[in-house]
Design a protein around this ligand. Structure first.
Ligand SMILES: Nc1ncnc2c1ncn2[C@@H]1O[C@H](COP(=O)(O)OP(=O)(O)OP(=O)(O)O)[C@@H](O)[C@H]1O
Ligand SMILES: O=C(CO)[C@H](O)[C@H](O)COP(=O)(O)O
Length: 410
């Protein structure tokens, strides 16, 4: 039984009873419940505190090895702060906790461990291998301001470790294979993002990581891609139809060799009419523009850089597309491109360039993947600020609750 079920008003669902090994985190959870309940009690005694705060929830979907972790590092940085695993959790936590953000990896909701999947002959991409009921319950609890005991999937052992305590952050990212799969979970998302990496690029990135960095053979990489392909097509790829923002990564069109993947063509697809998300545009909103910025202000070696902007449709919905093909020679010159883009949600002139320079060592920093991930990070910050500002009671309750929790620290 969950310790928080002692406090039904808080409605926390926990998957495990408190065994000896979970005692520490269960105790922390109990203290959290008590302090929240104290906060509620204070509400009736003059200090107005309430447990019904809300967390903004963002979903990021992509296949494995498609740059989700890299994207998350850029996002948490744009939102201010370095992300670390939660304190007190096991050595193999997949969670990143920043000042305002928490990123949870949905691999933690694998219902079948590595052995179990092998026995049943299913991949981790198959919905049968994942616990969507628990995923939904816990994301819903976090969104309504309640801490949860989340399972932890250990990628080293292939088994589930003891759960870890996750407190509701200002912004919760749920990243992984299936954040947009279950309609109940989709309904909790304030923004949904899909990273759509073409087969050629995915293959090149997998080789780069698994062969060069992890010593796997080319044959085993090919076999693993092949084994996952039909489940990817059936369960992962269709989720993009539900995304508000899609980053497509394709081979360049600037080089005649169609298999070239060292230069990328990246498209930022932004659905129209998404609440708190205004699409970025180049020069003139709604126009169709092709721009080759290479000249006195932007150094471009072969094959150069080409931008495109214009209206489009995505799964029959109206969308705007900003595209960059090619790569930057000098990142500091990105300011020239930034000055021609509008609706960037920056707080000061040059913020995109500054963010890109700050993480120049991240993969994709010299092309559209890094540029568009950075822009999406700034848009997420603005979305969060608009939600808080637009819902006065939301901001007020959160601040009140913070004060309450300070009065009775967890
Ligand atoms: N924008 C990029 N440009 C070039 N290479 C990239 C880019 N993003 C990621 N990669 C490559 O892809 C590999 C996988 O990236 P990352 O670990 O971020 O993906 P992931 O989706 O989190 O993977 P997994 O789900 O398997 O943990 C990296 O090691 C890197 O080599
Ligand atoms: O797709 C994946 C992650 O996105 C992994 O394959 C899945 O989580 C299973 O992990 P492991 O291979 O470590 O057992």
């Amino acid at each position: 039984m969950s310790v928080c079920s002692l406090y039904p008003a808080l409605r926390v669902t926990m998957p495990w009873s408190c065994s000896e090994s979970h005692l520490g985190s269960c105790r922390k959870q109990l203290m959290f419940c008590v302090s929240r309940t104290t906060a509620r009690r204070r509400a009736s005694t003059g200090v107005s505190c309430s447990a019904d705060t809300r967390t903004v929830v963002i979903g990021l979907a992509a296949d494995s090895g498609c740059g989700k972790s890299t994207f998350m590092r850029r996002l948490t940085s744009a939102l201010g702060g370095v992300a670390e695993p939660p304190r007190g959790c096991g050595a193999y936590s997949n969670t990143l906790v920043g000042d305002a953000t928490t990123v949870i990896c949905l691999d933690d909701y694998h219902a079948l461990d590595r052995e179990g999947r092998k026995e049943k002959g299913v991949t981790a991409l198959d919905p049968k291998a994942n616990n969507f009921d628990l995923m939904y319950e816990q994301v819903r609890a976090l969104k309504s301001g309640v801490a949860v005991e989340k399972p932890v999937y250990n990628h080293v052992t292939g088994r589930l470790d003891p759960p870890e305590l996750i407190r509701p952050p200002n912004i919760l990212f749920i990243e992984g294979l299936h954040p947009l799969f279950d309609p109940r979970i989709r309904s909790l998302l304030d923004l949904s993002i899909y990273l759509d990496i073409s087969n050629e690029v995915k293959f090149a990135w997998k080789i780069q990581r698994d062969m060069a960095e992890r010593g796997e053979s080319l044959e085993s990489i090919k076999a693993s891609i092949k084994a996952r392909k039909s489940d990817f097509d059936m369960y992962i790829d269709p989720q993009k139809q539900y995304a508000d923002v899609i980053i497509e990564v394709l081979p360049t069109r600037l080089i005649p060799d169609k298999s070239a993947t060292e230069v990328l063509r990246v498209r930022l697809v932004m659905r129209e009419g998404v609440k708190h998300f205004t699409p970025v545009y180049l020069f003139d909103e709604g126009s169709t523009i092709s721009w080759t910025p290479c000249g006195g202000k932007l150094s471009c070696s072969y094959p150069g850089i080409r931008f495109f902007y214009g209206p489009d449709t995505y799964f029959s919905d109206e969308a705007s597309v900003l595209e960059m093909d090619g790569r930057f020679d000098r990142l500091d010159e990105l300011i020239y491109v930034e000055s021609h883009l509008s609706n960037l949600s920056t707080k000061y002139y040059g913020e995109v360039t500054q963010q890109m320079l700050k993480h120049a060592d991240f993969p994709g920093s010299n092309d559209g993947t890094g540029l568009f991930q950075t822009i999406v990070g700034l848009k997420v910050r603005q979305l969060y600020e608009q939600i808080i500002a637009g819902d006065g009671s939301h901001g007020l309750k959160r601040e009140q609750l913070r004060r309450c929790l300070r009065l009775s620290p967890v």
